[in-house]
Ligand binder design. Structure first.
Ligand code: ATP
Ligand code: LTN
Length: 324
């Protein structure tokens, strides 16, 4: 199957990105034709620092590699290295109703957050994302819960294009985790963990053991004392249990059993130790990769060449279908 997904180089990756998305990629890359992109054109739709963008792009690529994404098996590249993404995005813009874009949850949330700085690119963001997906005739798009709506819109855009101009695109399907598709903030467990929120609300993949212990110890929990999964009544504990069960590759039921008579404090201590154990290899691998930036550049370049060939083939079909 053809798989496509991407992450924005907009901040430090956190365990939500890893547990909900990158772990899916690791499974998928074994048996499928996977493309994993660093989506820099998406990252510039909100205010950003242009002097460190290149460094952020390399950092995300390094995380893909440090997580185990294998450039021998999967294509890894930077979105802006394949210009066909913007060409297709423009064309898809002409068949996408503005109303569909205005009702996107992410647009509403991000435009509220950046109220003084709402650019047309933020509104058109899902059209660029649809172009990313459709350009490669993608069948499955593994993402977190918050991106489900965008993938469904990409499918609708493809359906509309095919109906108007003839069969051109495969209709993509979204794939999200049954448990853990939305890892919550440590400080406000009713909101998703986000790269752009304050540092203490998330565990970054490169946090030191001290940072991890401090953040977990001060994470918001709920009244009561039982370690039970109940997202409505106990959002804090339920989120920590989800993280624990994913790291241990256990069901939530079994995770609850591990802490049947334990206190919140014991549970948090065990979770911190587990996070330290699981994240240490990331820090080590990142340091190792930082010493060979040319290796990352080489992988991204080869990836862009491979992706470019596929993108050009789709664009030839699209231009012909649209009479261009
Ligand atoms: P921001 O919150 O600043 O927009 P982000 O943390 O959502 O950034 P993205 O690059 O937008 O990061 O997301 C990369 C992938 O990670 C997407 O598939 C997204 O759905 C997923 N993802 C992001 N946050 C979470 C989360 N808290 N839980 C599960 N998946 C997440
Ligand atoms: N919008 C996504 C990133 C993204 C993406 C994609 C994901 C851009 N293009 C194509 C899957 C497929 C986000 O995580 N914020």
């Amino acid at each position: 199957m053809k798989i496509f997904s991407g992450i924005q180089p907009s901040g430090e990756l956190h365990i939500g990105n890893y547990l909900a998305v990158i772990t899916q990629w690791l499974d998928l890359q074994e048996k499928n034709d996977c493309i994993f992109c660093v989506v820099d054109w998406h990252a510039i739709t909100v205010p950003y620092n242009s002097s460190i963008l290149q460094q952020k792009i390399k950092e995300v690529a390094a995380i893909y590699l440090a997580s185990g994404i294998d450039p021998e098996k999967s294509t890894i590249f930077t979105q802006s290295a394949v210009k066909e993404h913007v060409e297709l995005a423009w064309l898809l813009n002409t068949i996408t109703p503005v109303g569909d874009l205005q009702r996107m949850t992410q647009f509403k949330e991000k435009s509220a957050k950046h109220a003084k700085n709402i650019c047309a690119g933020l509104l058109n963001y899902p059209v660029l994302m649809a172009a990313d997906i459709l350009l490669y005739q993608t069948e499955v798009v593994p993402v977190g819960q918050d991106q489900k709506q965008h993938v469904e819109l990409a499918r609708e855009i493809a359906r509309r294009f095919n109906a108007r101009f003839g069969e051109t695109f495969i209709l993509p399907k979204v794939q999200i985790m049954k448990i853990g598709a939305k890892i919550m903030s440590l400080t406000e467990p009713t909101k998703k963990m986000s790269k752009s929120d304050p540092d203490q609300s998330r565990i970054s993949l490169f946090d030191t053991p001290e940072q991890i212990k401090k953040k977990i110890a001060s994470s918001t929990t709920d009244s009561g004392h039982e370690i039970k999964y109940n997202p409505e009544e106990k959002p804090g504990i339920s989120n920590l249990l989800t993280i624990y069960s994913l790291l241990m590759e256990k069901t939530i039921k079994d995770a609850e059993k591990d802490f049947a008579n334990a206190s919140y404090q014991t549970f948090k201590q065990r979770l911190s130790e587990l996070l330290v154990e699981k994240l240490t290899p990331f820090r080590e691998k990142k340091t190792e990769l930082a010493q060979s930036p040319e290796r990352i550049e080489k992988i991204l370049k080869a990836g862009a060449e491979k992706a470019g060939i596929q993108a050009q083939a789709t664009m030839a079909k699209v231009r012909q279908a649209m009479g261009l």
